[in-house]
Design a protein around this ligand. Structure first.
Ligand code: SF4
Ligand code: SF4
Length: 262
């Protein structure tokens, strides 16, 4: 389950459509049949056929009229407001698959802990139904809120660690890493029985420096991290960012880097 909203702004984000907490309209150029319906219905002159991005974002009010009018599903909403009950109803349709496979639900995003109250309520319902629960988080949250809310209801925690140097971390992601480091240290020290997997995205030009990786690995060893995974960079986020009219960092490679590259 992907939740919208993230306090970090990593240029390589593989889910850039989940950074903004509000619903957005995505445009899929390859599906467009050029019928012109979207331009007919838009009241805000926010549709332009002159640009491959189609929507002029600073005019768009996200009213959704073009989405309704498009016969090719080339325009779609990303994100919608839902209650815990509505989400639960969808999740539990796959209950038999969870039982047979031993799988379950992973909260991802965006940054799921931005909606701490919501995920706590959802996790409570999932645990009451015996569903395995996991979270993918940047670790950028208020410890007390996390520890008293979702933490006891989580079976597995994936936490991403990116850049060792606090100033560089702020420069690249928009926030310092002090809180993230403290949260991971507390998680490992105070909850040794929790399964915690630390993940390091290997991004050329940002994290894939020997100096950064040595610093991170030596710190992770010091704090007793037991499982660390290197995430190879892939460029899926680039086209997804373009679909929602988000600026793409030109320094990012447009090719996948497979695990064997490292
Ligand atoms: S969402 Fe509304 S304002 Fe935005 S492009 Fe579509 S019709 Fe126009
Ligand atoms: S309504 Fe859909 S298919 Fe028609 S021009 Fe607009 S985006 Fe393309």
């Amino acid at each position: 389950m992907f939740l919208k909203g993230c306090p970090l702004q990593c240029p390589w984000c593989h889910n850039p459509e989940f950074i903004n907490p509000a619903p957005e309209i995505a445009f899929y150029h390859s599906r467009c049949v050029g019928c012109g319906e979207c331009g007919e219905v838009c009241r805000d002159q926010a549709i332009s056929y002159a640009t491959p991005l189609r929507i002029i974002r600073n005019r768009c009010t996200v009213c959704g009229l073009c989405v309704e009018a498009c016969p090719a599903r080339a325009l779609e909403f990303v994100g919608q407001e839902m209650s815990v009950e509505e989400v639960l109803e969808i999740i539990m349709r796959d209950q038999h698959f969870y039982e047979v496979s031993g799988g379950g639900v992973t909260l991802s995003g965006g940054e799921p802990t931005v909606q701490m109250e919501f995920i706590s309520a959802l996790l409570k319902e999932l645990k009451a139904r015996g569903v395995h629960t996991a979270i993918q988080t940047s670790g950028y949250f208020v410890w007390e809120e996390f520890a008293s809310g979702p933490l006891p209801l989580l079976d597995l925690i994936f936490m991403d660690i990116k850049i060792a140097d606090p100033r560089e971390h702020r420069l690249v992601t928009g926030v310092e890493n002090t809180v993230i480091r403290e949260n991971l240290e507390r998680l490992i020290r105070e909850f040794p029985d929790k399964e915690v997997v630390v993940r390091i995205p290997i991004v050329p030009g940002y994290t894939a420096f020997a100096e950064n990786l040595y610093a991170l690995s030596s710190w992770l060893e010091d704090i007793g991290a037991r499982q660390v995974v290197l995430l190879p960079f892939h460029p899926f986020g680039i086209s997804k960012a373009e679909n929602i009219g988000r600026q793409v960092d030109e320094r990012l490679p447009r090719k996948s880097l497979c695990q064997g590259s490292f």
